[in-house]
Design a protein around this ligand. Structure first.
Ligand code: NFS
Ligand code: SF4
Length: 636
């Protein structure tokens, strides 16, 4: 597939000629160079699970129909797919484990640079996990919360759901998952189980394989939920805050440090330390001191909690360096292009990796561990200040493009805003408006950018269509970043694009919250791991109505899904009962059996299903139809 318009983002469009001028190769150049991409791989029909291979199945039925071991197309496609789910689950839950261990070490006095910043959240989490807080010191409660969380990586009781699952899902959903054998007991064991059963000569049954993958996706949900909830304890639960997004947030007169990657453990401390080092930056000649900007999900994390402006999302990370004004970019893990040090080399930018298990050739490595967090963060900021002195002002090109974004809509913040409308029954305003049709349903936008489509475009097309049809919009990850960059996280966007019912509701809540106008058209719920926040809202609604998540007029969409993490998230979204749109065609089309399993058959077992459609116009119609269908099911 060739792609003539790389991006709908005006800042990216402004920077692309600069890339050419500098001789810098971008993700779009590499995408073109890969065309045409391998048809076997795209269909999921290439197997490399053992060294007799690689084996390829002829999609047209003429050439080989079996791999050397005898595996057929269904087995091969299912095995690849569930390894992607396990890969995504591993990524999110490693992130979660790191946070849980930091909470434990903090409670034991071994991570002195962290503290409990949100005691109310700690108490709420403790209550959910059945941990007593009465007359107990904060550290003791935090320790118990960490240990109870770490049980989700240790339990050997296959039949009992992991702690964070039982603490956060509806009773009906828990039963449904348990009956289907999908209620993961232990994140590590479930992911290892997928790797084991997909070895040569193990599970060959496509249905059984996919079920194993769904169990791993449920483990993924567990891992991201605990990551989100414990991050709030350590760094604070997000509240609405006004900030800005797109490359124009980079300042010519400041030491600019971009934080990229995913885990707030590093970026939050960098923010703290930078605040203390403003004078050093000014002394080095930076009139505006230090300016931290975010990229990808770390960007979402610090934007939600501290109002740090967001420079860009996944696909355009190289563009941030191309401005010539980033003095340092510091990353931890996930979705960091290995090309970044090569781009940085063309400028004075110091590209810094921090995790010993995530190093990139050409990067400067500053080893980070949570026991010496402050020290590492200080070193990073010093490196950035020193680099500022080497910046060539003649090479700076910052597109003057940014938009205001009101972000920080955690589940708590949403409930908080609703409680201003009805303090006695917080969810009632939302439920009443869903029942009376002012709000037809809810759509959660999640996931990545993918050069297979024009960057950020499908997100906007679908969102505008749904908003006009009075669907409440939530967003996370690079989807959220897209909406922030394009000005759709403002009250003005609500005025412009929301249908009358939705506009009335968002205006009433916005006014009650003292905003003087409507809430933003799209509510920013955070990073990818924060998708669990959207589940929390859905679960609260379902519990209040006495139904299951799969009964609600709630859908999800990942128009530009790219990573294994997105595959895992999409799969648990389906498993929790949501019609889930993918705008990217996953590598399953080589097997009709597997394709039918995830788009149709799964519906009977779990209520949710995948809806694959790269065309944003028709995808929006299908999402609306799914919402209608759910409303009809509720008698609305
Ligand atoms: Ni999610 Fe975030 Fe972005 Fe996709 Fe990558 S940054 S964790 S995987 S690309 S949304
Ligand atoms: Fe080929 Fe089977 Fe080995 Fe896969 S597992 S590479 S299909 S022999």
């Amino acid at each position: 597939m060739t792609n003539h318009i790389p991006s709908s983002d005006p800042a990216v469009k402004a920077m692309l000629p600069r890339a050419k001028e500098c001789g810098v190769e971008t993700v779009w150049d590499r995408y073109q160079a890969q065309q045409p991409q391998c048809g076997f791989g795209s269909l999921g029909l290439c197997c490399r699970n053992c060294m007799k291979g690689p084996c390829r199945i002829d999609p047209f039925g003429e050439g080989p129909q079996y791999g050397i071991c005898g595996a057929d197309r269904d087995t091969i496609v299912a095995r690849q797919l569930i390894r992607m789910m396990a890969g995504g689950g591993a990524a999110h839950s490693e992130h979660g484990r790191h946070i849980a261990l930091t909470l434990l070490h903090m409670a034991e006095g071994k991570a002195p640079d962290y503290r409990v910043r949100d005691e109310a959240k700690l108490s709420a989490v403790a209550a959910k996990l059945g941990i007593s807080t009465k007359d107990r010191p904060v550290e003791e409660v935090a320790r118990d919360v960490a240990l109870k969380t770490l049980e989700d990586f240790q339990s050997q009781d296959y039949g009992t759901g992991a702690n964070w699952l039982t603490a956060t899902l509806t009773p009906r959903r828990l039963k449904r998952l348990k009956d289907a054998g999908l209620l993961a007991h232990n994140i590590d064991a479930t992911i290892t189980g997928v790797m084991a059963r997909t070895n040569v000569g193990c599970d060959a049954d496509p249905t059984n394989l996919v079920l194993g993958g769904i169990r791993a996706a449920i483990a993924d949900y567990d891992g991201m939920t605990l990551a989100t909830e414990l991050s709030d304890i350590l760094f604070g639960t997000p509240k609405p805050i006004v900030t800005a997004a797109n490359l124009g947030v980079i300042k010519p007169t400041a030491v600019n440090i971009a934080v990229g990657g995913h885990n707030p453990l590093l970026s939050d401390i960098v923010c703290d330390v930078a605040a203390e080092m403003q004078e050093a930056a000014m002394a080095a000649g930076a009139k505006d001191g230090i300016n931290i900007v975010g990229i990808c999900c770390t960007g979402n994390e610090v934007m939600m909690r501290h109002g740090i402006p967001l420079a860009t999302n996944y696909l355009s990370q190289e563009m941030a360096v191309l401005t010539g004004a980033l003095d340092a970019m510091v990353v931890d893990m996930q979705c960091i292009m290995p090309s970044m040090p090569r781009v940085a080399e063309c400028f004075h930018t110091q590209f810094i990796t921090t995790l010993d298990e995530n190093r990139i050739p050409g990067a400067l490595h500053v080893s980070f561990d949570e026991k010496h967090a402050d020290e590492a963060a200080r070193k990073i900021v010093e490196i950035a200040i020193a680099a500022f002195g080497r910046r060539d002002p003649k090479g700076v090109r910052i597109p003057d493009i940014k938009n205001t974004a009101v972000v920080g809509f955690s589940a708590e913040a949403i409930v908080g805003a609703l409680s201003l409308v009805n303090p006695d029954d917080t969810l009632k305003p939302l439920i009443d408006n869903v029942i009376n049709g002012n709000i037809q349903g809810v759509c959660l936008f999640a996931g990545c950018n993918n050069p297979q489509s024009t960057q950020d475009e499908s997100f906007q097309v679908i969102a505008k269509k749904l908003a006009a049809a009075n669907v409440l919009l939530l967003a996370t990850g690079c989807g959220a970043a897209c909406f922030a960059k394009h000005g759709l996280m403002t009250g003005e966007a609500t005025e412009q694009f929301a249908g009358p019912g939705l506009k009335a509701v968002l205006t009433a809540i916005g006014k009650a919250a003292g905003l003087g106008g409507p809430l933003p058209l799209v509510l920013h719920m955070g990073s990818c791991v924060d998708n669990s926040r959207a589940v929390a809202v859905a679960v609260a609604l379902a519990n209040k109505l006495g139904v299951d998540i799969s009964d609600l007029p709630v859908v999800a969409s990942a128009p530009e899904a790219m990573s294994e993490k997105a595959v895992a998230i999409g799969t648990w979204s389906v498993a929790l009962g949501l019609p889930t749109h993918l705008g990217t065609i996953p590598p399953v089309m080589g097997s009709q059996t597997v394709t039918k399993l995830i788009t149709e058959d799964v519906k009977d077992v779990l209520g949710g299903y995948f809806l694959v459609d790269p065309n944003p116009e028709t995808a929006a119609e299908k999402l609306l139809a799914a919402i209608k269908d759910r409303r009809a099911g509720l008698g609305l």
